[in-house]
Design a protein around this ligand. Structure first.
Ligand SMILES: Cc1ncc(COP(=O)(O)O)c(C=O)c1O
Length: 402
């Protein structure tokens, strides 16, 4: 796909768009829109150990077209890893290997929707998922969130008017709000899935990135442990818990649903996803390096989140946010009804960029909110970024008062 020299703003899973006309300071810019881990957090040395371990196994089949569902040995190790991390048994037959959550979502859309179909998403939601849904010609209907996740009253109102091909949710440490769907809400969503035969697609890339208190179990765990199975596919990924460059993830769901995904032309032609990288990741898991790395990341993000939140309280005290308990993001409501679009060029001139809230909705909305990621920067840079933001907020306030 891209060359390694490609400018950052084109190659990221989660880029910042600087408004036209804004001055972008060079190397010193703090980009709170960057939803990637810092390079220093990527597990180079563990990967070298795991790659050597994998290659020493001498399994030439890892260089062959892979099984449709993904490498068997990797799926077994992945099932053990997830059983440990979720503290509940996960069956390898309920896992299909993907090339990351984005690719999994693309496959699911290809197999379960057709152009013109309506789908439901949370409002706000991951903006690049909205782009992916546009690729598939889907009509997006937003379901508002509250502190407990997707609002069930709004879901039922929307169900009275539409028959969605799927419902897309990010239940844990949501992108962009950081919200986690409560256990009760998850049960209600399962119930709605059963009652209306809804396909629920749960994007759970932040599920394992809690700061000490794990969220309720993934939706696929709930669905597969109930007697009457709800139709749920949970999408997991090693991007946020190990390294995005692996392009490795999984789809978790009932075998009958996975069968439908596996019948995709891509899988039929190219085989299961990334057998070789799966082999290396299997070694990461079997050697205990995946658990070690994940726990180290959780410690780093816990500190970074606390640093960002404290800096916001110190320097932008009249902006509002709920402190996240996991994931990557703080969803910040600007003070005094300030518009993110007004603040953005002023902030860019101060050397700080971020995503405006309006990017996370398919219609007009969230004009007074911004999303800040704490994953990419160390503490001193996060504080520096917030100080720049505070100067921009003061400047914007002064401009508005004129
Ligand atoms: C909610 C959500 N889903 C998916 C992705 C991308 O995941 P992957 O790298 O596994 O494709 C991201 C990355 O920012 C994300 O925030």
């Amino acid at each position: 796909m891209s060359s390694p020299q490609r400018p950052q703003a084109l190659g990221n899973a989660d880029d910042t768009v600087v408004p036209a006309g804004a001055r972008v300071p060079g190397a010193g810019n703090i980009d709170f829109g960057n939803g990637q881990p810092s390079l220093s957090l990527l597990p180079q040395s563990a990967m070298r150990t795991a790659a050597e371990h994998c290659l020493t196994r001498g399994d030439a089949a890892l260089l062959q077209y892979g099984a449709d569902q993904g490498d068997d040995g990797f799926r077994e190790s992945l099932a053990q890893f997830l059983s440990r991390r979720y503290a509940t048994p996960v069956d390898a037959t309920h896992l299909m290997v993907s090339a990351g959550a984005s690719q999994a979502l693309d496959l699911v859309c290809a197999r379960f929707t057709k152009p013109g179909d309506t789908i439901f998403v949370e409002e706000p939601t991951y903006f690049l998922a909205l782009e992916l849904f546009r690729d598939h010609g889907l009509q997006v209907v937003g379901i508002p969130l509250d502190a407990d996740g997707m609002r069930m009253d709004a879901l039922h109102d929307a169900l009275a008017q539409h028959r969605p091909a799927l419902v897309y949710t990010i239940p844990s440490f949501q992108n962009p709000t950081g919200t986690t769907m409560s256990a009760a809400r998850r049960e209600q969503l399962m119930e709605a899935s059963r009652a209306h035969d809804l396909l629920i697609v749960a994007d759970e890339v932040y599920q394992l990135l809690d700061f000490g208190a794990p969220p309720p179990p993934p939706l696929a765990v709930l669905a597969t442990t109930h007697t009457h199975e709800a139709r749920v596919l949970s999408l997991g990924s090693f991007s946020k818990i190990c390294a995005p460059g692996l392009r490795l993830g999984w789809i978790h769901g009932a075998p009958a649903l996975l069968d439908i995904v596996m019948r995709s032309g891509v899988v039929q032609s190219g085989g299961g996803m990334n057998p070789f990288v799966s082999g290396v990741m299997r070694s990461m898991i079997d050697l205990g390096l995946a658990d070690e790395g994940l726990d180290a990341l959780r410690r780093v993000y816990t500190e970074r989140s606390a640093t960002l939140c404290q800096a916001l309280r110190d320097y932008v005290p009249d902006a509002a946010f709920i402190e996240p308990r996991g994931g990557y993001f703080v969803w910040l409501t600007l003070p005094d009804g300030m518009l993110a679009s007004q603040l953005q060029p002023i902030a860019a001139a101060e050397g700080v960029t971020f995503h405006a809230g309006s990017r996370f909705i398919s219609r007009l909305g969230f004009t007074q909110t911004v999303r800040l990621s704490f994953a990419h920067y160390a503490a001193a840079e996060l504080v520096d970024g917030v100080q720049r933001l505070a100067r921009a907020v003061d400047q914007c306030r002064a401009d508005r008062a004129r």
